[in-house]
Design a protein around this ligand. Structure first.
Ligand code: NAP
Length: 291
């Protein structure tokens, strides 16, 4: 039986990996990670496991019992899984969520690769250094937490979090205030914030399939040359990015964040560099195939 494509045969030495969530069967992680194993010649198999809240502790006991080497964690388990692990990496503890578990002989360590994956993607694909940059982050939910944590480690000039519920933006700004100059503003201030920004990042789901006609801002607020980034990757080019491109902005889509959060997980599990080009290719094919 071949699970990860030609050349990746399951045998009694195969190491098991997987992703848990509820729902989970929309996830592109299995095709991406199995392609990465095939590309690097690692004898691994990566599965999607539908795990509900009441099954979470049983699943983690199973990880220990079965020797599952690595697990990615998605909604709704990123917070609750933390208390079931032996150790939490500093970054994941600070931002308060785990999306990657490494199993070292039964000792489970939690990491968060979402924010660092996003920053690696932004720097490789759009802007090589974030030092001194004025960054506007729209949204203050779970994804924004990881981003703000990782961005605040890049010596930005100033960060502004703009959110519909301004109290959540203020709480996020306060959490990371020792790492960077971070302000919180209500959505009504987004126009002014955009006009004074080097980089504008959408971390809300506005514009995500099926609501592809929506955008979190009026493109006339954007200055030419501003980097406009959207963490939504379905569609690959959101309305925000289409309009920003027409305004002469440098655009950056959300696919890279997905690829690089997976790349870091792969590297933590295997100690080998992730084959990011192959990972991107297989996910792009899957997304274009379903469009
Ligand atoms: P979340 O925790 O539910 O946060 C959602 C955020 O969007 C909140 O700040 C919320 O504001 C805001 N928001 C939602 N609807 C809005 C509206 N109509 N008008 C204004 N603001 C609105 O969600 P999340 O986990 O952060 O995920 C957000 C998006 O990121 C999703 O589309 C997800 O698919 C995407 N994502 C992408 C990647 C990737 O790898 N590229 C990774 C993670 C997430 P309030 O606080 O006021 O409710």
């Amino acid at each position: 039986m071949t699970i990860a494509g030609e050349g990746n045969r399951i045998n009694s030495h195969t190491t098991l990996y997987g992703v848990i969530g509820d729902p989970i069967h929309h996830s592109k992680s299995p095709i991406m990670m199995n392609r990465a194993f095939r590309e690097t010649g690692i004898n691994g198999a990566y599965m999607a496991f539908h795990v509900t809240n009441d099954q979470l502790s049983g699943f983690i006991a199973g990880v220990r019992a079965m020797g599952i080497r690595g697990v990615n964690v998605t909604i709704p388990h990123k917070l609750d899984v933390m208390e079931l692990l032996d150790e939490i990496d500093d970054g994941a503890r600070t931002l308060g969520a785990v999306n990657t578990i490494v199993n070292n002989n039964g000792r489970l360590t939690g990491y968060n690769t979402d924010g660092i994956g996003y920053v690696r993607s932004l720097k490789e694909e759009a802007v090589s250094s974030l030092e001194g940059k004025r960054i506007v982050v729209i949204g203050a939910g779970g994804a924004a937490r990881g981003l703000v944590y990782a961005l605040s480690g890049e010596k930005p000039g100033r960060m502004t979090i703009v959110n519909r519920s301004v109290s959540k933006a203020a709480e996020l700004a306060e959490t990371f205030s020792s790492r960077a100059d971070i302000a919180a503003l209500p959505l009504e201030s987004l126009k002014d914030a955009c006009q004074d920004a080097d980089i504008v990042i959408n971390t809300t789901m506005i514009g995500m399939y099926p609501n592809t006609a929506a955008s979190p801002l009026d493109a006339s607020w954007l200055r030419e040359g501003t980097v406009v980034s959207d963490i939504v990757y379905n569609p690959l080019k959101t309305k925000l990015l289409q309009e920003a491109e027409e305004r002469g902005c440098i655009i950056h889509g959300g696919l890279g964040m997905f690829i690089y959060q997976g790349a870091y997980a792969f590297e933590y599990w295997t100690g080998k560099p992730a084959p990011t080009a192959a990972m991107r290719e297989v996910v792009m094919d899957a997304l274009l195939g379903q469009a």
